[in-house]
Ligand binder design. Structure first.
Ligand code: GAL
Length: 462
């Protein structure tokens, strides 16, 4: 065997509440539930989150399948809109409590360590309508109340918590690039929301540290790190990449690990009139409540160059004032999704965490390959022969392994996702799972990659 991973390495995959469960028995709507209700056309094939992959009803069978392909761990999320009855007081919905208790118990019974995330893009719509969602610090506070309830209810069994999943995607989707409801373009709100989510995460960690359960559990955050590579070694391209790294990655990474914002970013935002509002006390909360471990979602890098076309000011300040995307000739592309494939970044991420982030314990919390029209790879036995996914994961694991060999403190690898699940406005367009889902029958079938994964997990490498 050429690539052996550390002892007790996590093998598994990640999904989320809104993408797997379906809306069964949920009394509140998230921004996505609401968006689908008012604009179903915005979703691929008009498929919404109503049924999703039916995890609400089939979690027992689904977890058994995950176990059967070798998982020792998996991540999902607790939906704020399912667990909580009244957001102000954080009183609970009894069906939500029963449901998450059963999911957690079922995973543990199967020897699959559950990692529970508290926010996977699923802000309650009521909190957007009433307060402007993440524009409001009151919502940061309400989030910490919800988090506290989760720790109290499930903290006797859940040993790994994550406050947020990919917070920068919330910022980009809701306030910059218009792919999450409410799809506004407003740089100043984007910046304030980024601060407020950092604050919400820190406040949740503060609650966690007060909970008895924190003595035997750990808390982290899940960040999609898209290393920004400059087009060239020119000073201007490097400067553009530095800003992109600060805005896209470090704006959440630095506060989470170091308790402060990346050097220089506040000055730039202030000079440009968009700096967030904050108090000293809030800064202290961020400084004093850092994570124990980091989850890194990695799909693709960010290629950046200095601005060449003039920045379009008609919508006000945007981070793109400082950089432009760079379409690198000759890059390897996933033709089914249009994303670049660059496994080398896995190594760069590992070394960056080792050298610049205290070599904090971390794991790959998502990595994967979305494929459109995957049914064309069905064989006669009804199995999807997804060699491209095996190749994708293998290539990324090799670079991860190199980083680990050189001392990076990585303790696991999760693919996105165990069972094909609903992906926001793309719905079921691109499939990512080790297990396929027939949307009409809800039949779930292990793909070739699932059998491959089982062997990898049994050997703790390949
Ligand atoms: C990630 C996100 C997941 C999933 C995945 C594949 O950015 O965390 O929820 O949608 O992309 O599209």
């Amino acid at each position: 065997m050429n690539y052996k991973f550390p002892e007790n390495f996590w093998w598994g995959a990640a999904t989320s509440g809104p993408q797997a469960e379906g809306r069964f028995n949920k009394k509140h709507r998230s921004v996505f539930d609401y968006w689908y209700d008012i604009e179903p056309d915005a979703f691929f094939d008009k498929v919404g989150p109503d049924i999703a992959s039916n995890f609400y009803n089939s979690y027992k069978e689904d977890i058994a399948m995950m176990k059967s392909i070798g998982f020792n761990s998996f991540r999902t999320s607790i939906q704020w809109t399912r667990l909580i009855d009244d957001f102000e007081t954080a009183s609970v919905d009894e069906d939500g409590v029963r449901y998450y208790n059963s999911v957690i118990d079922e995973a543990i019974k199967n020897g699959v360590t559950p990692v529970m995330c508290l926010h996977h893009f699923d802000l309650p719509i009521e909190l957007y309508e009433k307060y402007g969602g993440w524009e409001s610090k009151h919502v940061s506070y309400l989030f910490s109340k919800f988090a506290k309830v989760c720790f109290e209810l499930f903290g006797d069994r859940v040993k790994y918590w994550a406050t947020f999943n990919e917070p920068i995607v919330v910022i980009e989707g809701q306030y910059i690039n218009e792919f999450h409801y409410p799809k506004v373009v407003d740089g100043k709100k984007a910046v304030q929301a980024a601060f407020n989510i950092n604050l919400a995460s820190a406040k949740a960690i503060e609650e966690f540290r007060k909970c008895e359960c924190s003595k035997t559990a750990k808390i982290g955050i899940i960040l999609n790190l898209t290393p920004a590579y400059p087009r060239s070694n020119s000073k201007e391209d490097i400067k553009a990449a530095e800003f992109a790294n600060k805005f896209n990655n470090r704006i959440f990474l630095d506060p989470a690990v170091h308790g402060r914002f990346p050097d220089g970013i506040e000055e730039i935002l202030e000079r440009e009139g968009v700096l967030w509002e904050n108090t000293e006390e809030e800064m202290k909360t961020i400084e004093n409540n850092k994570i124990d471990f980091l989850g890194v979602n990695y799909y693709q890098p960010l290629r950046v160059k200095k601005r060449e076309s003039e920045f379009d000011n008609s919508k006000g300040w945007l981070p793109y004032k400082h950089f432009e995307g760079y379409d690198m000739p000759g890059k390897k592309i996933n033709p089914h999704r249009g994303w670049e494939i660059y496994p080398e970044a896995m190594y760069d991420i590992a070394i960056n965490i080792r050298d610049n982030y205290n070599n904090i314990p971390w794991y790959v919390s998502e990595n994967g390959m979305g494929v459109y029209g995957e049914e064309k790879f069905l064989n006669e036995e009804g199995m999807i022969v997804d060699d491209y996914r095996i190749e994708f994961a293998t290539d990324h694991l090799k670079f991860l392994h190199k980083g680990i060999t050189e001392g990076s403190n990585c303790f696991g690898y999760h693919l996105w996702t165990p069972i094909d699940c609903w992906s926001w406005s793309n719905a079921y367009r691109n499939r990512y799972g080790f297990i396929s889902l027939d949307l009409n029958t809800q039949k779930k079938t292990i793909k070739k990659s699932g059998y491959w994964y089982k062997r990898v997990t049994e050997n703790n490498g390949f």
